[in-house]
Design a protein around this ligand. Structure first.
Ligand code: F6P
Length: 546
C-alpha cells in the first residue's frame, strides 16, 4: 500500500533483536550499581560532552554489550538511510505523501533542499524575512493599531502544535522577553478565550491566528468569537491592523478576512508538532525578538548536524532513543518521566507529550500491518523540585519501572547562588538516590540512631527501604538560553524519529486524532438538535443528560 521510502524492518525480525533479548534475559537482574562495579570504564561510553551539554546515561540498567547490541539494532533498522532520507527531503511521511523538513528551517548547511524538484531554501528565507521585519515593527512600536497606538499585547490563537510549541518556548525564554505580553488561547471551551481577553484593550492588541490547515474547529471558533468581541469595540476596517495569520491555507485564511499581507506562509512539509521553527513561531519571535529567535534556530541546527554526522554510539538522540526502546520493549516500561529542573521549562513535558505520543502512538507498521510489539511511550512530568513533592514517591517506591530524564542548568539566569546550589543539589541527589536506594541495613542503622523506641524498628523498616536501581538520564546544560533550548528541543525531535524508525512506524502522520473530530461534529448536530444520530446506549444516555 505505502510507497517504500523508508525501509520496512520489523523490530523483532532484525537479527540483533534475538541477541538483544537473550542478553536482556542474562543481565536483567543486574543492578545499575553492579554495572558500575563490573566496569571501571563505564563512564567512557555512557557520558557525552557536546557543546554546552553534558549527557550522562550511565545510570541505566544496561551494560556495554547491551549498548553495542542496541547500536546494531539501529544499524539493522536502516537508521542511517532513514536520517539521510529525512534531511534530504524524501517523502518519508508516506501516509500523507509529504516530506518532513522542519530541519530545513534551521539548516546550517548552505545546500539547497528539493521538494518536488524545487529548492525550498529561498522560500524559507523569504518567510523568515517577512516574519522578522514584522516582529521588528511590532516590537519597536512602529506597527500601529487602527487608532494609532502601538501594540502591547499579543494573543496566539491555535491548538496542538500551533499552541504547545510557541507557548512552551515563550514561557521558557521569559528571561529574554521584551515588553510585549503574550497570551495563548487554545481550548474550544468558551471560558478560555473570555479569560484570555480579560483586561485587553483591542486598540493595543494583536491577534495571531495559527493554524496549518485553517480548518481546526477549536482555533476557528476562538478566532471567530474573538473577532466578534473585537468588532463590538472597533470597526471592520481595524481588523487589518490587529489580526494576522500563520497558515498553509491562504484561501481559507483570506476568506476569514485576513489581508494577504498579514498572512505568514508555512508549508505542508512541516508537521504541526514540529512547527515552532517556522512562522508558527511568530509569537515566540514577537516575545523575544528576531535575534533570539535566530539563536533558537541555530541551536537546533547544531543539534541537527550532531544527529546527522555523529556515529550512533556517540549520537545523543540516538542513544537516548535506543535506551527508551530497551525499557519499552524489553523491560515493559510503559511511561517515561521528563523532569526539567527549571521553572521556565515547566511546560516541556506537556509539549513533549504531543511530540512523542502523537508521533509514536501507532499500532500499524510502515508496511500497513499491525505490530506485535509495543510502541509509543507515555510521557509525563513536571518541573523539579515541585515534582519531588508530588509524584516522586511513586518513582522511588512504587511498583512500576519509570525511566526518567533529568534536565538541569549549571547556572541560573538571575544569579542567585544560594537557590541555584539548592536546586542543583536536588537535581543530582535525586538521580543518585534513585539508583542507590537505601538498604535494610542502612535503614536499621538510621533507626538505631533515632529517638524511636527500638521495639518499633523492625516493623517500620520495610517502609523506609528504597530498592533503588531506578534508571535515569541526566542532561546538564550550561545555561538556559535560546540556543541551548533550540538544541534541547531538536534532541527530543530526533529521539522521536529514531524510535519511529526502529519500531517501523511512521512518526509523522496523526490519523489517530481524526475519529474523535468526526464524531464530535456528528454529536454537535445531536446537541444542537439538527440531527438525531444513532449511538450506543451509553452515549445516548449521556446526550439525554445535556
Ligand atoms: O490534533 C491534531 C492536529 O492536527 C495536530 O497535529 C496539530 O498540531 C493540531 O491539530 C492543530 O492543527 P492546525 O495547525 O491545522 O490547526
Amino acid at each position: 500500500m505505502q510507497k517504500k521510502i523508508l525501509p520496512h524492518n520489523i523490530l523483532t525480525k532484525n537479527p540483533s533483536w534475538g541477541l538483544l533479548k537473550k542478553h536482556y534475559e542474562k543481565i536483567k537482574q543486574i543492578s545499575i550499581k553492579n554495572h558500575f562495579d563490573n566496569d571501571s570504564k563505564r563512564l567512557d561510553y555512557t557520558s557525552f560532552d557536546w557543546g554546552d551539554f553534558y549527557v550522562d546515561i550511565s545510570k541505566n540498567k544496561i551494560d556495554r554489550k547491551g549498548f553495542e547490541l542496541l547500536i546494531d539494532l539501529a544499524k539493522e533498522s536502516g537508521l542511517a538511510e532513514a536520517i539521510e532520507a529525512q534531511f534530504s527531503g524524501a517523502i518519508i511521511n508516506s501516509t500523507e505523501n509529504r516530506a518532513v523538513l522542519h530541519t530545513a528551517l534551521r539548516s546550517l548547511k548552505k545546500e539547497s533542499i528539493l521538494v518536488d524538484g524545487k529548492d525550498i531554501i529561498p522560500e524559507i528565507y523569504s518567510a523568515q524575512k517577512k516574519m522578522f521585519a514584522f516582529c521588528n515593527q511590532v516590537i519597536s512600536g512602529d506597527w500601529k493599531g487602527y487608532t494609532g497606538k502601538s501594540i502591547t499585547h499579543i494573543v496566539n490563537i491555535g491548538i496542538g502544535g500551533s499552541d504547545l510549541g510557541p507557548a512552551m518556548v515563550v514561557e521558557a525564554l521569559a528571561h529574554y522577553q521584551n515588553h510585549l505580553e503574550i497570551r495563548f488561547v487554545s481550548n474550544v471551551e468558551g471560558d478560555h478565550h473570555v479569560e484570555v481577553l480579560k483586561g485587553l484593550n483591542p486598540e493595543t492588541t494583536l491577534f495571531v491566528i495559527v493554524s496549518k490547515t485553517f480548518t481546526t474547529q477549536e482555533t476557528l471558533s476562538n478566532a471567530n468569537s474573538i473577532r466578534e468581541w473585537f468588532l463590538s469595540k472597533l470597526s471592520e476596517q481595524a481588523i487589518t491592523k490587529h489580526f494576522v495569520a500563520v497558515s498553509t491555507n491562504h484561501e481559507k485564511t483570506e476568506a476569514f478576512g485576513i489581508e494577504p499581507d498579514n498572512i505568514f506562509p508555512m508549508n505542508d512539509w512541516v508537521g504541526g508538532r514540529f512547527s515552532l521553527w517556522s512562522t508558527v513561531g511568530l509569537s515566540i519571535c514577537l516575545a523575544v525578538g528576531p535575534d533570539h529567535f535566530k539563536k533558537l534556530l541555530h541551536g537546533a541546527g547544531k543539534m541537527d548536524l550532531h544527529f546527522e554526522q555523529t556515529p550512533f554510539e556517540k549520537n545523543i538522540p540516538v542513544v537516548l532513543a535506543l535506551l527508551s526502546i530497551w525499557y519499552n520493549n524489553l523491560y515493559g516500561a510503559e511511561s517515561e518521566a521528563i523532569i526539567p529542573y527549571s521553572q521556565y521549562l515547566r511546560s516541556l513535558p506537556a509539549y513533549l507529550q504531543q511530540g512523542v505520543m502523537e508521533s509514536n502512538g501507532k499500532y500499524v507498521g510502515r508496511n500497513g500491518k499491525p505490530l506485535t510489539y509495543q510502541t509509543g511511550t507515555i510521557i509525563w512530568g513536571a518541573s523539579g523540585t515541585n515534582a519531588q513533592h508530588a509524584f516522586f514517591q511513586l518513582i522511588h517506591q512504587g511498583t512500576k519501572l519509570i525511566p526518567a530524564d533529568f534536565i538541569g542548568f549549571k547556572s541560573s539566569l538571575n544569579g542567585n547562588i544560594d537557590h541555584q546550589n539548592k536546586l542543583l543539589a536536588n537535581f543530582i541527589a535525586q538521580t543518585e538516590a534513585l539508583m542507590t536506594g537505601k538498604s535494610e541495613a542502612q535503614v536499621m542503622a538510621e533507626l538505631k540512631n533515632s529517638s524511636l523506641a527500638e521495639k518499633y524498628h523492625k516493623d517500620l523498616a520495610p517502609f523506609k527501604i528504597f530498592l533503588g536501581d531506578k534508571p535515569t538520564n541526566t542532561i546538564l546544560i550550561e545555561q538556559l538560553n535560546p540556543e541551548n533550548l533550540g538544541a534541547l528541543i531538536a534532541l527530543y525531535e530526533h529521539k522521536i524519529f529514531v524510535q519511529g524508525v526502529v519500531w517501523n512506524i511512521n512518526s509523522y502522520d496523526q490519523w489517530g486524532v481524526e475519529l474523535g473530530k468526526q464524531l464530535a461534529s456528528k454529536v454537535l448536530n445531536d446537541i444542537e438538535g439538527k440531527e438525531r444520530n444513532l449511538h450506543d446506549p451509553s452515549t445516548l444516555k449521556l446526550l439525554s443528560k445535556i
